[in-house]
Design a protein around this ligand. Structure first.
Ligand code: NAP
Length: 454
């Protein structure tokens, strides 16, 4: 049966994923349709997605967006959180559509791009996402260990994540303690033997993906010399663009005499790793120098030169971008790592027809780029097409009630975490923090999170 219009029965929407994209979509929907309700699903016991488990601990203010938006959603009285429940495992897409008019997937990009070079899987070589999840206390990574008993770490990639990793590796123990970095990471990082972090950018300083505020923060690290290794002529641009500002900052670092600090951060441009070396684990990285060549489309790409060198290092973090993973029951564009969609409405690429009642928002819709705020217009666009479909009678009326959904969910996952459970986790983390003189002590193990929630 077709849903005859937005006002005929209150619109019920499932949102899968509770990061910034999902929460922005929830609030947008609740605001624009006064009768709509949202059922939000989260695999982990705590909502927040990358706002909790991706944003670096020293960027505390950026994490708060999720708490704020979740409070707005709850205040509507038309929002329920079902955390510790995995869509595709505990419930299917078809089951969600039996209980809701529509489903929005805001499940992010949990995979990583690969370098495709020999040695990439040696112990001591990790995807950036693992290190980020570890220092943020994501419960799947509580047992992970990283080699910090080495003098040099190499970070591959020139985005903001690469700068986050470098800051975390070089930050003093005292500064780390003022953040809510996970306890296990605090202990390990405070004991770290790493004295130098080298960030490898395959293209030049003008092509780097990191942004000015993040670059400014590098200069604020205690007892760290920032060294720029790039041809000086590539650091010149006197314009007023953001790129010019970034080059000016890099040039200032390049011209600053070394302060003889205990630790060094080297930003080395026009350099690519070609092999990660080591018999049992990472011992060094073979790199080549690059030159920039214009591609047919006009962009500058890196081309290897014969200049090669071996850099000793015991830890390699590959920070060359995230990648979306297929969503059960939905079509997937494997090249782009996204669910095929137009403005958020999911399309089946074979039939070229929309997949009824199915939408995407955030990184699984547009790929892993942009800052937290980019998710706001993105969610607005998705909610607009969803509301258009509702108004045009293109959504099926759900056969089951919200009460049926509650029964189904608690049968499939007896230890669900709702909004009140999440608040109990938060309270315990803050209490632990105030007892130890830290902003918060994160619960890092599944059992501790679930115990606190219940
Ligand atoms: P990103 O911004 O897409 O940067 C990826 C970097 O990896 C680029 O420099 C890219 O170089 C390089 N790369 C890709 N393939 C490579 C290869 N095979 N070899 C060497 N280098 C390679 O990705 P990200 O750093 O993961 O960040 C993801 C998004 O989150 C970005 O939009 C970022 O701004 C955002 N973010 C924001 C913050 C913040 O606001 N503080 C913090 C973290 C993340 P090319 O340009 O040459 O391809």
């Amino acid at each position: 049966m077709s849903y005859p219009g937005a006002n005929a029965s209150p619109l019920r929407v499932a949102i899968v994923g509770s990061g910034p994209a999902g929460l922005y979509a929830a609030v947008e929907l609740l605001r624009r349709n006064a009768a709509a309700s949202v059922e939000m699903f989260e695999r982990l016991p705590v909502p927040g997605g990358l706002a909790r488990y991706g944003v670096a601990p020293d960027h505390a203010a950026r994490r708060q967006v999720c708490g704020y938006y979740a409070r707005l959603a709850v205040a509507s009285g038309r929002f329920r959180l079902h955390a510790n429940l995995e869509v595709g495992r505990h419930v299917t897409h078809t089951e969600l559509l039996a209980h809701c008019h529509a489903v929005i997937y805001a499940s992010g990009a949990a995979g990583d791009r690969r370098l495709g070079i020999p040695g990439e899987d040696l112990p001591g070589s990790h995807a950036a996402s693992e290190f980020v999840a570890w220092y943020n206390g994501q419960p799947d990574f509580a047992q992970q260990r990283f080699r910090l008993d080495t003098a040099r770490a190499i970070v591959v990639g020139n985005g903001n994540v690469a700068l986050d990793l470098a800051r975390m590796l070089l930050m003093s123990g005292e500064r780390l303690r003022t953040t809510d970095v996970a306890d296990h990471a605090l202990d390990a990082l405070a004991d770290s033997q790493i004295r130098e972090v080298v960030i490898l950018g395959r293209r030049g300083p003008a092509q780097a993906a990191f942004t000015v505020p993040e670059l400014l923060e590098l200069g604020e690290l205690d007892d760290v010399d920032v060294v720029i290794e790039a041809p000086r002529d590539l650091l010149v641009d006197d314009g007023a663009s953001t790129q010019a500002m970034r080059l000016r900052l890099l040039r200032e670092h390049a011209e600053r005499p070394p302060r003889r600090c205990t630790r060094r951060l080297v930003l080395r441009f026009l350099t690519s790793p070609v092999e990660i070396l080591g018999s049992e684990r990472v011992e060094a990285v073979r790199v080549v120098g690059n030159r920039l060549v214009a591609s047919a489309g006009g962009t500058l790409r890196a081309e290897a030169t014969p200049r090669a060198e071996t850099l000793e290092a015991g830890l390699v973090l590959r920070s060359v971008g995230y990648r979306g993973r297929p969503v059960p029951a939905l079509p997937f564009d494997d090249m782009a790592g996204v669910v095929p969609n137009r403005n958020g409405r999911v399309y089946d690429p074979l039939s070229n027809a929309p997949v009824a009642g199915t939408y995407v928002a955030g990184w699984i819709k547009r790929g892993p780029s942009g800052v937290i705020g980019t998710n706001k217009p993105c969610a607005h666009e998705t909610v607009t097409v969803l509301l258009d479909d509702a108004a045009a009678g293109r959504l099926e009326r759900p056969r089951k009630s919200p009460e049926d959904l509650s029964t189904l969910l608690s049968a499939r996952q007896p230890s669900l975490v709702d909004y009140a459970g999440w608040k109990r986790i938060e309270r315990e983390e803050c209490d632990l923090g105030s007892r130890r003189g830290r902003p918060r002590v994160r619960l890092e193990r599944w059992e501790d999170l679930l115990r606190a929630a219940h």
